[in-house]
Each structure stands twice: as C-alpha cells, then as structure tokens.
Design a protein around this ligand. Structure first.
Ligand code: SAM
Length: 220
C-alpha cells in the first residue's frame, strides 16, 4: 500500500476553485444528502453544519429538499465561500444557509449543531484526529454525523485508473486534483484507527464503492 501524499489543506488557488465550482457533482452530492436523510429520517428542524462546504452545492441540496433544515457551511477558502455566497443568493436561501469563512479548527458556534455533514474534506487535513475532535466539540451529544471522503488506492497506477474511469472527459485541472486527492486520502483501517483513538465508538466506517469511505452514527 502506498504512503499518503499530503496535498494543500485549503483550496484557494483560483484555477482549482474555478474548476471545482463548475464541475458537475450532482450524482455524488445528491447521493450524499439522500443518504444522510435516509440514515436520520426523524430529525426535527435541525441545524446542520457542513464542514468544508466548498462552493455550497451540498448546503443548497439540503435546504432545497428539506423544508425545515438550516445549514451553516464552513470553509477556509475565501474563493470557495464567495462562490457559495453567490449560489445561495441566486437560489434565494440566505435565510436558511449561513456561510463562514474559517478553518474548522478555529470555529466556535453560538450553540452546538444538531448534526454534522462533511464531504471530501478529511483528505485535506494534515492531522485527522483534529478533525474528529473538532467535529465532536461542535455537536450536541448524541447527534448524528455523515462524513464521506475518498479512499486511498493501493498504488499511483490504481489512482490514475480510477481517474480515467470516473472522470475521462473532465478538464485537466479537475483530473489532476482528483488524482492528488486520491493519493492524499486515508484507508478504511486508518479512519477506523482515528475513530478508536478518540473513543468515537458509536461511529461506523463503511466502504460503499471502490473509491469512497463513509462514517456514520452518533457522537457521544
Ligand atoms: C474537495 S472540497 C469539497 C467541497 C464540498 N464539501 C463538496 O463536496 O462539494 C474540500 C473543501 O474543504 C476546504 N477545507 C480544507 N481544509 C479546511 C479547513 N481546515 N477548514 C475548513 N475548510 C477546509 C477546502 O478549502 C475545500 O473547499
């Protein structure tokens, strides 16, 4: 198994942000949101925090499909937050989506969240224990989470093969970012070890396909 190759934490390179903000992640992002509400159908008027919300596609899908939800999206990249603000304004959801440009490690909330979601952030984080520690501190005890990220393949060649199969016609910038993200990702065993180290014993790791892991459950 190849070693992890860390990539920059915050996505604030203009070309990278442009490519990401214009990419079509509908299938993955809507699947992620649908999975969250399938896992947790009984949440009442929840305040959901999205860590590493990027250009705001996931917060928008949450509020568009679920009338009583409020979302706070947090991202450390000002260009990403600028895209998210524009998307939220254009969709008319400023009253239900709040956006904060800050590293999640530095965020404090006026009241703890009812749930946390996060897609494709963890592979950016140099110290993953810090991610799980902050997630726990931002939540009301007993609250649900859904975290998804890429799964590190066995080798650079296997990573390139995933890019070629999943994103054959995407712009070169996006293909490059995808490849580097796969190299920076964690394995299922590593994620399980991180959860165990923080005693997050009610969170479970699953591998739904050849390139993702998810963590779901409640945080106490
Ligand atoms: C691959 S994007 C995913 C965006 C979004 N979650 C999605 O699925 O469309 C990862 C995002 O995490 C952000 N990020 C990285 N490190 C962060 C940190 N420490 N605090 C907050 N955001 C961070 C990056 O700036 C980037 O926008």
């Amino acid at each position: 198994m190849m070693e992890r190759v860390l990539e920059p934490e915050v996505m604030d390179d203009p070309a990278q942000v442009l490519a990401y903000a214009h990419a079509d992640f509908e299938r993955e992002n809507q699947g992620f949101v649908d999975q969250f509400f399938t896992l947790y159908p009984d949440l009442e008027n929840p305040h959901i925090v999205d860590l590493g919300c990027g250009p705001g596609d996931i917060p928008l899908r949450v509020v568009q499909g679920h009338a009583m939800c409020r979302v706070t999206g947090i991202d450390a990249s000002q260009p990403m937050i600028t895209y998210a603000e524009e998307a939220v304004r254009n969709a008319g959801f400023q009253d239900r989506i709040q956006l904060i440009c800050e590293r999640f490690q530095d965020v404090t909330l006026s009241s703890p969240a009812d749930a946390i979601i996060s897609n494709s952030l963890v592979h950016h984080v140099p110290n993953p224990l810090r991610f799980w520690y902050c997630l726990k501190n931002l939540l009301k005890p007993g609250s649900p989470v859904l975290v998804m990220d890429l799964l590190r393949p066995e080798s650079p060649e296997a990573a390139q093969a995933i890019v070629d199969v999943q994103a054959p016609n995407e712009p070169e910038q996006l293909r490059k970012d995808f490849y580097q993200s796969l190299l920076a990702a964690y394995t299922e065993d590593e994620v399980a070890a991180h959860l165990a180290e923080l005693n997050l014993s009610r969170l479970f790791v699953d591998v739904p396909d050849d390139r993702h892991w998810i963590v779901y459950g409640q945080v106490f």
